[in-house]
Design a protein around this ligand. Structure first.
Ligand SMILES: Nc1ncnc2c1ncn2[C@@H]1O[C@H](COP(=O)(O)OP(=O)(O)O)[C@@H](O)[C@H]1O
Ligand SMILES: [Mg+2]
Length: 275
């Protein structure tokens, strides 16, 4: 694969090497109105890992990500980010986390450039001229032009919004980055751009990356490890090669996993009832 490692924002002002961030989930359960959505999930994500959570629509992937960043609290069990709860202020003061939402979550009243630079300007992290340069270079990495930078969210396609949201997350130089369906609504060429960018960001920042997708090809290509989530339960966790090997498993107990890995299901992930 052709990975672009040309210098940009992060190489110019690269943060000092920091301790990596580990994520631990133990016995996580969540129901809505009595209906279980997550059923006692336990797994560990290693510092710097690209961990992919793969499952069909409605499996509970977005609900799980929302727990990792502290937008939802478990009914039972716990999530720990380097030992801290994601709902604690203490954690977010110490560890910068960013999330690319399934619906992108851009601010409609701000231009693309303003959306992407907002975090850096609000926190006065860098001089204004430098922020501008960082943002432009980051947008270029995601194939967004100067003309696109001046546009407002209502002028963008779903796929463009997604790429802006990814740019916005990466310029924050987070130590944990959560991507919810980063390639949904993208054509294959743009999906490739996004894959390269996710990898480039990880190579530069060594951030712990959690990626949610229903896209098997994406998962097999980018993951260090893949967790298969079906109907709120983790069916299997393994390297892409380990997970792929179940495609041809004839064991009865692997039937659900094999069916998921080989099913010719339709991409209906681009819309969520909860966006
Ligand atoms: N805020 C909510 N209130 C009630 N039900 C919800 C809520 N959020 C998600 N759900 C339900 O949880 C299940 C999993 O949703 P979600 O995590 O969005 O799935 P996906 O794997 O497609 O991201 C779905 O059945 C959905 O209806
Ligand atoms: Mg979802």
């Amino acid at each position: 694969m052709n990975i672009d490692t040309s210098p940009n924002i992060t190489s110019r002002n690269r943060p000092a090497k920091q301790q990596g961030v580990a994520i631990s989930v133990r016995g996580l359960s969540k129901s809505f109105d009595g209906a279980p959505v997550l059923r006692g999930l336990s797994f560990e994500i290693a510092p710097g890992e690209i961990f992919v959570i793969m499952g069909p629509s409605g499996a509970g992937k977005t609900v799980l990500l929302n727990h990792l960043i502290g937008l939802l609290e478990p009914d039972h069990g716990e999530v720990r980010i380097n030992g801290m709860s994601p709902t604690s202020r203490n954690l977010h003061d110490k560890i910068r986390m960013a999330m690319v939402f399934q619906n992108s979550g851009l601010l409609n009243s701000l231009s693309v450039e303003e959306n992407v630079s907002l975090y850096l300007t609000e926190h006065r992290l860098k001089p204004w001229q430098q922020i501008r340069q960082i943002v432009r270079e980051q947008l270029e990495h995601l194939n967004l032009s100067r003309a696109d930078a001046a546009k407002y969210p209502f002028e963008l396609s779903g796929g463009m919004k997604k790429r802006v949201a990814i740019a916005r997350a990466i310029v924050m130089e987070p130590r944990v980055i959560l991507y919810d369906e980063p390639t949904a609504e993208l054509d294959p060429v743009m999906a490739r751009t996004v894959v390269n960018e996710i990898r480039r960001a990880r190579a530069l920042l060594s951030q712990t990356s959690v990626l949610v997708t229903h896209d098997r090809e994406l998962a097999f290509e980018i993951a260090d490890r893949i967790a298969i989530l079906l109907d709120g339960s983790l069916l299997k966790i393994g390297t892409p090669a380990e997970i792929k090997s179940y495609q041809s498993s004839e064991r009865k107990e692997d039937a659900a996993l094999r069916n998921f890995l080989t099913a010719n299901y339709k991409n209906n992930e681009t819309k969520s009832d909860y966006e």
